[in-house]
Write a protein that binds this ligand. Structure first.
Ligand code: NFE
Ligand code: MG
Length: 573
């Protein structure tokens, strides 16, 4: 006999995610179902619009990865119209994307994921002098005196005593799966608060290069970044120096706070090996050392690792109609008016809503049938994981030196083999590892930008193909990027200067996907299977595993139908 457990909503994520699991009498998860429960509207909104405007609409898919959809969109239009952007624009875009990665990963680690491993209430029992000793032994970060940690502890004690835990309310405090000593819990809580403060700084990189954050400005053909080092306006020398400082600060926060904490916390959970999942990893690749248009120059390589086989990296072709496809057999859509159908490549993609789930209020979804607003993207009909772990696996398999070195080095520090990365904890470690790499790359890209500018090149925009009368009648293009949560692709079909069709296939759609035409399960679903729950009333293990992917359902379900009544039927009580 199995029992169905429902977690809805999954908190500390972006968007609306529901997870249903079947557990056996021993409390082990035998099957899992991941459902996106809200539906929004961006792919349809951009139809018939000027392709040069689309970035500004699709950027609103998400307020977390505030720059990623704009970047994917301008790249798609530029690919379609064969526009090559100036080198400065490419560097600025990469620096902005790198800033999003660091921002996202730090916020994810401390504010969205840490409390699955860190017991806040236990921190009240810590000896602050011991916490200080630990802090000083693992990092040279200056805020590490016993008095500093005593102050943080007093704040937490006051919260606990008041009975109103504020931002720490409703945690599973005291759950037996928490393993950290009180002193390490206190360290993590202190840095949770510091990271909250720090994260408002790094976004200034966007405000300087892109005018604002969230949703900085982009332009098809380059960047709307008015570089003029001798002026008082626009992006002048002083502002460039400010970006430079922010990049150094970000690197310090990653290497002196985030990574030491990750290793300290991780070392207590080495035997919690659940959450691996599919072992199929997909990367589109990004962060070129030279031309954007040459994949071979990518620091994060493009490719697929299938069935955990690190001896082979398979080639990914985003225009091949048989590679990336979306299926709807278990998703609330129709294809060509039918409930099921062959997978569609995004150039031929369709977004017709068709809610067939139960009327609210309901206890469980009918998971044999359709059960999610997410489509099921597949690569050559395989379900794939994308994101930090995928990037480190593909980079490792491809023999990228800096990736291999830092992965090996980190595993050595933790005393773990590479196979240990195929777990929830491994995903979290991979995210930390890539933060170190990206903070280095961000420094290098900024140095390259400064050098270019010093050499007299201040150009950020190429207007040679700005006017639609320079475009062909019909043009298709794909824009890809690595976003913090994984591989992101936007596909555009342009006809007579207008957007004929637009499809976004998003990292969280891959990871949180439901079953497909062959009943293959998605990455979240696979990662939950086989995990024992210590306490079915407090399914902390489900939170650990799902959070390790850093879900963003806003991104994943990016379409809507304002006239349909369907959306109200699934509103959750
Ligand atoms: Ni809404 Fe996003 C990222 C994109 S997620 S956060 O990273 O693209 O799937
Ligand atoms: Mg889509």
């Amino acid at each position: 006999m199995s029992e169905r457990i429902v977690v809805d909503p999954i908190t500390r994520i972006e968007g609306h995610l529901r997870v249903e699991v079947d557990v056996d009498e021993k409390g082990v998860i035998k099957d899992a179902y991941s459902s996106g429960t809200a539906v929004r509207g961006l792919e349809l909104i951009v139809r018939d619009r000027d392709p040069r405007d689309v970035w500004a609409y699709v950027q609103r898919i998400c307020g977390v990865c505030t720059t990623t959809h704009a970047l994917a969109s301008v790249r798609a239009v530029e690919d379609a119209l064969k526009i090559k952007i100036p080198r400065n624009a490419h560097l600025i875009r990469d620096i902005m994307n790198e800033a999003v990665f660091i921002h996202d990963h730090v916020v994810h680690f401390y504010h969205l994921h840490a409390l699955d491993w860190v017991d806040v209430v236990s921190a009240t029992k810590a000896n602050p002098a011991e916490t200080s000793k630990i802090a000083q032994s693992i990092s040279k970060w200056p805020n590490s005196s016993p008095g500093y940690f005593a102050d943080v502890q007093n704040k937490v004690k006051k919260l606990v005593a008041s009975g109103q835990l504020g931002i720490f309310a409703n945690g599973y405090w005291g759950h037996k799966a928490y393993k950290l000593p009180p002193e390490v819990n206190l360290l993590a809580v202190a840095h949770y608060l510091e990271a909250l403060d720090w994260q408002k700084e790094i976004v200034k990189i966007h405000t300087i290069f892109g005018g604002k954050n969230p949703h900085p400005h982009y332009v098809v053909g380059g960047m709307a970044t008015p570089i003029d080092i001798n002026s008082d306006n626009g992006v002048h020398a002083e502002r460039l120096m400010h970006v430079s400082q922010l990049i150094d600060q970000a690197r310090d926060f990653v290497t002196q706070v985030y990574i030491p904490d990750l290793l300290a916390i991780g070392s207590f959970y080495k035997d919690w090996t659940y959450g691996g999942g599919l072992n199929n990893y997909l990367c589109y690749g990004d962060f070129s050392t030279g031309s954007l248009y040459d994949h071979k120059l990518y620091r994060m390589p493009r490719g697929v690792v299938l069935n955990g086989n690190l001896n082979e990296v398979l080639e990914v072709d985003l225009e091949d109609p048989k590679q990336v496809q979306e299926f709807i057999d278990h998703s609330w859509y129709t294809y060509d008016g039918k409930d099921a159908g062959d997978g569609k490549h995004p150039y031929d993609g369709e977004t017709e809503l068709n809610y067939t789930g139960p009327k609210a209020p309901y206890k469980t979804l009918d998971t044999d049938k359709k059960y999610s607003w997410l489509k099921a993207p597949r690569w050559k009909e395989n379900p794939m994981e994308t994101g930090p772990l995928a990037r480190m696996m593909v980079g490792y398999a491809a023999g990228k030196k800096d990736i291999v070195n830092i992965v090996d080095d980190t595993l050595k520090k933790l005393g773990l083999p590479i196979s240990a990365l195929q777990s929830a904890l491994g995903r979290t470690v991979a995210r930390g590892i890539e933060s170190v790499l990206i903070s280095e790359w961000m420094r290098n890209d900024m140095d390259a930008l400064l050098k270019n500018i010093k050499n007299g090149d201040q150009v950020t925009f190429d207007r040679s193909k700005w006017e639609p009368n320079t475009w062909p009648e019909r043009a298709k293009g794909v824009g890809w990027i690595e976003a913090p949560r994984g591989a992101l692709g936007h596909w555009i079909d342009i006809e007579n200067g207008k957007t004929k069709n637009y499809q976004a296939v998003v990292p969280t759609t891959w990871n949180a996907s439901p079953r497909d035409h062959q009943n293959n399960i998605g990455a979240y679903e696979a990662s939950l299977k086989g995990t024992p729950l210590l306490n079915k009333e407090q399914p902390l293990e489900i939170m650990r595993i799902i959070h390790s992917f850093d879900p963003c359902l806003a991104c994943a379900v990016h379409l809507t139908d304002l006239e349909s009544k369907n959306t109200t039927e699934i509103r959750l009580g």
